[in-house]
Design a protein. Structure first.
Length: 436
């Protein structure tokens, strides 16, 4: 009897405990449900600063408003080292990074450090939606997988010219958008005779000289010559290369770059172009934003752009260009939000937001032409139409050769008669790095 009583008491105690646990569980659930959910976040590494950085942050506010995902941008002055260090440690502190180096992307992808973004390509049909796929999507593919999405293009498309100078002198650009070599030389002579400097060099900073030189390389030897010089598969004293330097030397000696081309700071030449002190300037697409932002000039009205002139018949048109790509670590801290942001960056909405803020070229075909001013629209057409080639000096197998090349060109613009010796010195320096 006592045993039955104890058993009954035990069951009652157990029942009470169960009820208490249930009530406690409900209370805990209710308490937790009243707490605000932890905000979704995505961390982005970028090296963009200045106006471009401000525009990027403004565009990402649109993403935040649409998705509720908080974007934290961390500006990295040495983004390559930051990415390598964190990935090597196996603990990346970022979800998405913006990088301009396709070879770097392929290397990290092959090492298993990056997220496979092929599903995003499939979902967004990026293989068919990206301009010039060989230059913007296929370049970040390794072992059959895509490891980055293209989000931006830049280009060094041709020669910018002051419309008013051309109009005053009765100079017109052919409907094809490209002059022959003879036409170009005639125009330079006509401008010089009018007391205006035909071409700006920006030589004090050295790197603008490489851009003009690459344009001549592409018109004489095409992309093949550019790639061979990049990897020293051809001598700097080869006849084709000598023709490149002789062509430039001739322009310098005729005074078409003015009397002191190596004393010109590159940015100041944009102002000289704006006020008509100089008629033409070979420069990248960023000149368009600077003319509008700093000098209140209107594209197509105050200044315009033409392709670099033809030099040799039979050489197809090619343009030096590149871009920026977005990557994500394979073990990103917030993989789901990283994917959401990557899809948005790769799509037309983000890219149109940036295009409208000027100084930005989209790689997505669905960004409408109406978003561009007439000059940027022209550049995008060229990128889709012509062969795109990577920058020469940024892609030498040995990065230290870049400064050697810069210094050689500085000497060429200072002493054009000495171009053959300059080439011999370049070849000697190249052999010390690559071997004979």
């Amino acid at each position: 009897m006592e045993t039955m009583y104890l058993k009954g008491l035990s069951l009652k105690i157990v029942a009470v405990i169960v009820v208490i646990l249930i009530i406690a569980g409900i209370g805990i659930w209710w308490y937790l449900s009243q707490q605000p959910a932890k905000p979704k976040e995505v961390v982005v590494y970028s090296q963009w600063g200045g106006v471009e950085g401000e525009n990027f942050a403004a565009a990402l506010k649109v993403f935040e408003e649409k998705t509720g995902i908080k974007v934290r941008i961390v500006q990295q002055s040495d983004i390559r080292t930051a990415i390598q260090t964190e990935l090597a440690a196996g603990a990346p502190q970022f979800d998405v990074a913006i990088v301009p180096w396709p070879a770097f992307v392929r290397e990290l992808g092959r090492d298993g450090k990056l997220m496979d973004l092929t599903p995003i390509y499939d979902e967004l049909d990026l293989k068919n939606k990206v301009i010039n796929p060989d230059s913007y999507s296929e370049v970040v593919k390794a072992d059959g997988k895509y490891y980055a999405v293209p989000i931006k293009a830049w280009a060094k498309p041709g020669i910018w010219f002051n419309v008013h100078v051309f109009q005053d002198l009765g100079i017109s650009v052919p409907s094809s958008g490209i002059m022959t070599s003879d036409e170009f030389l005639q125009v330079c002579g006509q401008i010089k005779n009018a007391g205006i400097q035909p071409l700006a060099a920006g030589g004090q900073d050295k790197w603008p000289l490489t851009d003009f030189t690459e344009a001549v390389i592409l018109r004489i030897g095409g992309p093949d010559l550019q790639y061979k010089l990049m990897h020293h598969q051809i001598s700097w004293t080869d006849p084709q290369v000598k023709e490149v330097f002789a062509t430039i030397a001739d322009l310098i000696k005729k005074g078409y770059f003015g009397s002191t081309p190596t004393a010109e700071p590159w940015a100041e030449q944009i102002g000289r172009l704006a006020n008509g002190e100089v008629a033409m300037y070979f420069m990248g697409n960023w000149l368009n934003l600077m003319m509008q932002d700093q000098y209140d000039k209107q594209p197509g009205t105050d200044y315009d752009l033409m392709l670099f002139p033809k030099i040799k018949d039979g050489v197809s048109i090619a343009i030096v260009a590149g871009g920026d790509w977005a990557i994500a670590p394979a073990n990103a801290p917030h993989p789901d939000t990283a994917k959401e942001l990557l899809k948005w960056l790769a799509g037309p909405e983000y890219q149109e937001e940036m295009v409208k803020r000027k100084g930005y070229l989209a790689v997505h075909k669905d960004v409408p032409k109406s978003a561009y001013d007439p000059v940027d629209a022209k550049i995008v057409d060229w990128l889709n139409k012509y062969t795109v080639v990577p920058d020469l000096d940024d892609n030498f197998d040995y990065s230290e050769f870049q400064l050697t090349f810069w210094n050689a060109l500085f000497e060429l613009w200072s002493n054009p008669d000495n171009y053959e010796q300059i080439l011999e010195n370049l070849e000697s320096e190249a052999q010390s790095l690559w071997g004979s």
